[in-house]
Design a binder for this molecule. Structure first.
Ligand SMILES: C[S@@+](CC[C@H](N)C(=O)[O-])C[C@H]1O[C@@H](n2cnc3c(N)ncnc32)[C@H](O)[C@@H]1O
Length: 317
């Protein structure tokens, strides 16, 4: 961690800083940032979902604004930089609009960026749908600006499932076949419980019983962003969140010695972001640990209630 953070609040880009926070419309600050300054952009943009912080706009108007923001972000991204856009599905009258499919065109066809992964962020809970399958994932579109882009796999490897596995034929017969540093965490979803034994992005959503919960209605977990920071930036590189909310991206970056820029139009969220950064500096930030296994329910409520058991089942149990 930095010894003492230099926290700057300003609506124009100024140097030096460890943390630069702007309480304004995102385009106002973005336009002042010099080209090719930022190593990684990570954000969960406002979803047009009618949350308390936004007015409903038409879909078209929404994407006109988002495109302007993404173009400005692209300009300030370094040539080896990466862009991670975390979105879910917009639901209207039971119809699902997968936002990443709409965003893909902007990144790929308007800006010529290259998709490196479409990461599935799976979480095992949420609202129960009645006329379709319940939604349990969101995605992160990871684009790079060029073919030569920053990607450090080692800091985010997860333990191998069978570390003692050996080659069973060929000239390596008998030798250990796994990488002792662990395996690639993958982008694939599976329905198993812990991150380490599934190698899945199984990170609990930030809901009321999560240690990181603030008043923000749509916060993502710091742990989700830590993986992106560790694999897609180098120490002291600059990470930007153009819609920072209560600063989860900024905290993830500061935990790993990166500099950060965060923008939010709501003063209340900016204040909470600053207070969480102060908590981090003072060693009292409430946070889930990276890679901590997802809670497995135990106790009475995780068991089939006796009212549901058939007589034969009763005998077996
Ligand atoms: C989905 S939330 C981001 C939450 C964030 N990932 C976190 O963990 O706290 C989107 C944020 O964008 C902000 N926002 C919406 N439109 C904006 C604009 N034009 N300029 C700046 N911020 C904006 C909202 O206030 C909201 O906090």
């Amino acid at each position: 961690m930095f010894d003492k953070l230099n926290i700057l609040t300003s609506n124009t880009y100024e140097q030096p800083f460890d943390v630069l926070i702007a309480n304004t419309d995102t385009l106002e600050l973005l336009k002042t940032i010099p080209s090719e300054t930022v190593e990684l952009i990570v954000s969960s943009p406002p979803y047009n979902l009618g949350k308390s912080y936004e007015n409903r706009q038409s879909f078209k108007k929404y994407f006109v604004f988002q495109k302007q923001v993404i173009e400005e972000c692209y300009r300030i991204l370094k040539p080896k930089g990466n862009f991670c856009w975390q979105v879910g599905n917009y639901i209207e009258k039971g119809e699902v609009f997968p936002l990443d499919i709409y965003y893909y065109d902007i990144f790929k066809f308007d800006l010529g960026m290259k998709l490196r992964n479409r990461i599935i962020w799976y979480f095992g809970h949420g609202l129960h749908a009645k006329k379709r399958f319940s939604g349990r994932y969101e995605t992160i579109l990871w684009f790079s600006k060029a073919d030569d882009y920053i990607f450090n796999l080692d800091p985010v490897r997860v333990p191998s499932k069978y570390p003692g596995k050996r080659h069973f034929k060929g000239n390596k017969k008998g030798q250990l076949s796994c990488n002792p540093k662990g395996k690639n965490p993958s982008d694939i979803w599976e329905i198993i419980v812990t991150d380490f034994d599934t190698c899945m992005w199984d990170i609990p959503n930030v809901k009321s019983n999560h240690p990181e919960k603030t008043i923000h209605p749509c916060q993502y977990p710091i742990e989700l962003v830590e993986r992106l920071i560790l694999s897609m930036t180098n120490e002291f590189g600059i990470v930007l969140d153009p819609f920072m909310g209560v600063g989860s991206t900024l905290l993830a970056a500061l935990l790993h010695n990166r500099k950060v820029i965060g923008i939010d139009k709501e003063k209340e969220y900016c204040d909470i972001a600053i207070s969480r950064i102060n908590d981090l500096e003072n060693g009292i930030l409430r946070k889930r640990e990276l890679g901590k296994p997802v809670h497995k329910p135990t106790g009475k409520i995780s068991q089939v209630p006796s009212e549901w058991k058939l007589p034969q089942q009763e005998k077996l149990l």
